[in-house]
Design a binder for this molecule. Structure first.
Ligand SMILES: *Cc1c(COP(=O)(O)O)cnc(C)c1O
Length: 331
């Protein structure tokens, strides 16, 4: 039987054998070779397919831990601020645990698939008339004053869960890669990978990429009104800024090119945020690395609107007649 990541990595995680575990069998995601991207980058590039997690993003790794810990502490409800995927994941794990969940999202700024997930799982969805950074500040304050557990990546259990992705990469490659490329929003994930690699006694270089318009770690100051099509990383005041500071660079308009390249040439439909890492790798190069792992943080289907606006294809209308079909197909 396949196991969830708490069972698989319990010795590395802050859980005891008797603790109740809330799992949807997250983790153990594939590491896929990317031949065409490798050719363009000039190094062996592998994709860590985190969209293969139960709710379609890496957030499930942290959420199995955060919700299990919340149950252990007797919480009857969890809350998070989210650019979308944390909300979808928290809602799913809370549903599984049988506890209530509230998600605070920036109004009109999250991808429809993620909103649909949170609503389907029965979360209380609050659309804040403000951005993610305001939402996070407010839920932290609320969680301090009420008996409701905060499951944002300020939560240590989230990082503990997320570091297991690094263990899997080392397992699959037989060693750490030379470089890990990852999109950065709150900088929770890059911090977690670093911890995971460190615990394995390895130290690959961590290339973090922010989107132009939402690049506070690159600029060295907060961005009051972050803007980017990569909504999962539309964050101006990262909760984990300091720890990841050394390694972050900016992906610019090339994010949409990378988004299409991955789908058209590699068969990999990822989120716009995930393609920020690919765009960064293409822009800044492999830095002398032989083996690079690029983290595909979330799956493309979550954000169909961005896909429909940027696919570059066409839909050909056709009368139900053979001549018209031949014309449509063969041009
Ligand atoms: C959350 C998220 C990120 C950013 O991760 P951080 O831990 O906030 O840096 C990147 N891509 C996707 C798809 C995400 O959901």
């Amino acid at each position: 039987m396949r196991e969830g990541l708490i069972e698989r990595y319990r010795e590395h995680l802050p859980f005891e054998p008797g603790d109740r575990v809330v799992s949807l069998l997250e983790g153990s995601t594939p590491l896929l070779e990317a031949p065409l991207l490798s050719e363009r980058v000039g190094a062996e590039v592998y994709l860590k397919l985190e969209g293969a997690n139960p709710t379609g993003s890496f957030k499930d790794r942290g959420m199995t831990c955060a919700v299990s810990a919340a149950l252990r502490e007797g919480a009857e409800a969890v809350i998070c601020a989210s650019t979308g995927n944390t909300a979808a994941s928290a809602a799913a794990y809370a549903a599984r645990a049988g506890i209530r969940c509230a998600v605070i999202v920036p109004d009109g700024k999250i991808a429809m698939g993620k909103l649909a997930q949170a609503l389907m799982h029965g979360a209380q969805v609050v659309a804040l008339q403000g951005n993610f950074d305001m939402a996070l500040t407010m839920v932290r304050e609320l969680a301090d004053s009420y008996p409701i557990a905060l499951v944002n990546s300020v939560h240590e259990f989230r990082l503990a869960g997320q570091k297991t992705a690094a263990f899997e990469v080392v397992d699959d490659l037989g060693d750490a890669p030379d470089v890990l490329a990852v999109p950065v929003g709150n900088a929770g994930n890059i911090t977690a990978y670093w911890r995971g690699f460190s615990e394995m006694g390895t130290a690959p270089r961590m290339f973090g990429f922010q989107a132009e318009g939402a690049a506070p770690l690159v600029l060295g100051h907060e961005v009051e009104h972050p803007e980017t099509l990569a909504s999962a990383i539309r964050i101006g005041r990262p909760a984990r800024g300091v720890e990841a500071m050394q390694a972050v660079q900016e992906s610019d308009g090339a994010i949409m090119d990378a988004y299409r390249f991955m789908a058209v040439r590699e068969g990999m439909f990822c989120e716009p945020a995930s393609s920020a890492a690919v765009a960064g790798l293409l822009k800044y190069g492999h830095g002398g690395a032989q083996r690079v792992v690029c983290v595909m943080t979330g799956r493309g289907l979550k954000d169909q609107q961005t896909a429909m606006e940027h696919h570059g294809g066409t839909i050909i209308p056709c009368e139900p007649e053979m001549a018209a079909l031949v014309q449509a197909v063969l041009g």
